[in-house]
Design a protein around this ligand. Structure first.
Ligand SMILES: Nc1ncnc2c1ncn2[C@@H]1O[C@H](COP(=O)(O)OP(=O)(O)O)[C@@H](O)[C@H]1O
Ligand SMILES: [Mg+2]
Length: 509
């Protein structure tokens, strides 16, 4: 049987203001009974394009056909009329309501029979293999359960064209595998599944076809069975990119930072770090994996002197003097005055890392002011450094005297990473350093980290892409609910093993 087109986009253009063309003359087709991936780098226009199918935005030019007929989709309600449902990156659920209440919310004119609806929800769950308790309240749900609610909500309304915007960003490998099984069942059931992603291995494992966008333009569509990671990357980026991350063996690793029994309690009295003990060694990249918000931020902040800890020690072995300093309860300035060369790229780049209103040069100076008063007045060295970072890391900015707040997120990140590395650290802590960066820049950052490793720096890398952690790091430490659930050899551990450790709380056993 030939597949019927579900969605046809013809010459779609969408602008934001005078300058941004988010989609330029894009045409593509998605069929019933297939999974179509929309692949593209950050900012390539994927979300905008799909938002026009789901009625969030209206195209400036072009036409949308649904099941062969031209359709005007002016609101999400219109989209539902065409049996189109979108699962957005940010969920829109009411915390104090149950799954079932959220699913029926806003339909049937506010009148509903919760018992009947719950039966219907159970039926949908069984049909596709979801695991959901309809009575469970949203606030006690994991991210993956919340996502399930969003998907069932769309199915409950009768959608047979489903669009998912980067659904795996928040999932563990096991949860991802489960979601993909569900999506395959829906496809086999004749539904049209469109999934936005920038992860190549997901594209290859799940989709039937892939449509690629680059800078708002449609590049082409290929059959998944006939393509490869390198072809897809070239389509996304516009040029060939070497996707291999080098990994050398650590040379003469020394215990640089020894963290012992660290406890940290937040304002609500909840233990955010619980008996954390590990060692970061020189010439080694120690990866930290975990579901977002498992204590990664607090751990790095505690080491940097930005987070109060209730118990434990942070011992720094100075490679020059051979002395051991305890960094516990020291401020960042005290840590620096001890001669500890600690660099930190925090998750929160502006605010904690850089000062938004200052220009790039002044932000360089922020880092070096402790070197004495004269350094404060000396702008030449920071200016040279700023220029060097702009050039080496290809920072897009009108100049070195542009306020940092005017740069895009990716460029802010490059400035911060560049500055922290230029400080010749002995310990370098980076949190999600490639988040939001394009592929080319991401590989630039991996290379920089590898260079630092070669120089004998002890690197702590908090990451979210397990494939990258597995390729780049020497060891991977997994945190779950503020506890270490495992420290593994990155050369031998599997993604599935890391995934299991991520969801372990450290209490069972
Ligand atoms: N509401 C908006 N206002 C202005 N610019 C926007 C808006 N939404 C998206 N953009 C811009 O449109 C482009 C495409 O964005 P988006 O569709 O979110 O890309 P993707 O989902 O591929 O990362 C980007 O340059 C982005 O900054
Ligand atoms: Mg997007």
């Amino acid at each position: 049987m030939t597949k019927q087109p579900a969605i046809e986009l013809k010459n779609i253009t969408k602008r934001f203001g005078a300058k941004v063309i988010a989609n330029n003359n894009v045409s593509l087709t998605a069929y019933h009974g297939e999974v179509l991936s929309i692949l593209g780098e950050n900012g390539s226009g994927k979300t905008t394009l799909m938002n026009m199918i789901s009625g969030i935005y209206f195209p400036d030019e072009g036409q949308i056909f649904v099941n062969g007929k031209e359709a005007v989709i002016a609101s999400p309600k219109d989209a539902f009329g065409f049996k189109i449902g979108m699962i957005h990156q940010h969920f829109k659920l009411v915390d104090v309501f149950s799954a079932a209440e959220n699913i029926v919310l806003g339909i049937d004119g506010g009148k509903y029979n919760l018992k009947k609806s719950t039966e219907e929800i159970k039926k949908i769950s069984e049909q596709y293999g979801f695991d959901l308790d309809p009575e469970k309240k949203i606030y006690s749900m994991s991210v993956s359960e919340k996502q399930t609610v969003e998907i069932i909500k769309v199915l409950y309304r009768g959608a047979d064209i489903l669009i998912l915007d980067e659904p795996t960003a928040v999932l563990t490998p096991q949860e991802t595998a489960k979601l993909f099984d569900v999506l395959r069942k829906m496809r086999d059931d004749g539904k049209c599944i469109i999934i936005i992603t920038h992860k190549l291995h997901e594209v290859l494992s799940l989709s039937d076809r892939v449509s690629v966008l680059r800078k708002g333009e449609y590049v082409g569509t290929v059959n998944t069975a006939e393509t490869s990671e390198s072809e897809l990357t070239e389509m996304m980026v516009g040029k060939k990119i070497d996707l291999n991350i080098e990994r050398s063996d650590p040379k003469d690793p020394q215990d640089r930072l020894v963290v012992k029994d660290l406890d940290c309690i937040n304002r609500d009295g909840v233990a955010v770090l619980d008996s954390i003990s590990f060692t970061a060694r020189s010439g080694e990249i120690l990866g930290i994996a975990g579901i977002a918000g498992s204590g990664q931020r607090e751990l790095l902040e505690a080491i940097a002197g930005l987070q109060h800890i209730s118990q434990g020690d942070i011992l720094y072995n100075d490679p020059k003097s051979g002395k051991t300093e305890n960094l516990r309860d020291k401020t960042p300035v005290q840590i620096r005055d001890l001669g500890v060369r600690l660099s930190f790229v925090p998750e929160d780049r502006l605010g904690m890392g850089l000062v938004a209103n200052m220009d790039i040069v002044d932000n360089m100076m922020l880092r070096s002011y402790s070197k004495g008063r004269s350094a404060f007045l000396e702008r030449k060295a920071p200016k040279d450094l700023a220029m060097k970072i702009i050039k080496d890391l290809e920072v897009v900015t009108p100049g070195a005297s542009t306020p940092v707040r005017r740069l895009s997120g990716g460029n802010v990140q490059k400035v911060l990473v560049g500055r922290e590395i230029a400080a010749s650290p002995t310990v370098l802590m980076v949190a999600y350093p490639v988040r939001g960066l394009d592929i080319n820049s991401s590989y630039m950052i991996y290379n920089l980290l590898n260079e630092q490793k070669e120089k004998g720096v002890a690197i702590i890398f908090v990451g979210e892409d397990l494939d990258v952690l597995l390729e780049l790091c020497d060891r991977i430490m997994v945190i779950g609910s503020g506890k270490i659930t495992g420290i593994e050899d990155a050369r031998t551990v599997t993604k599935e093993q890391i995934g299991l450790l991520m969801t372990k709380t450290g209490e069972e056993e």
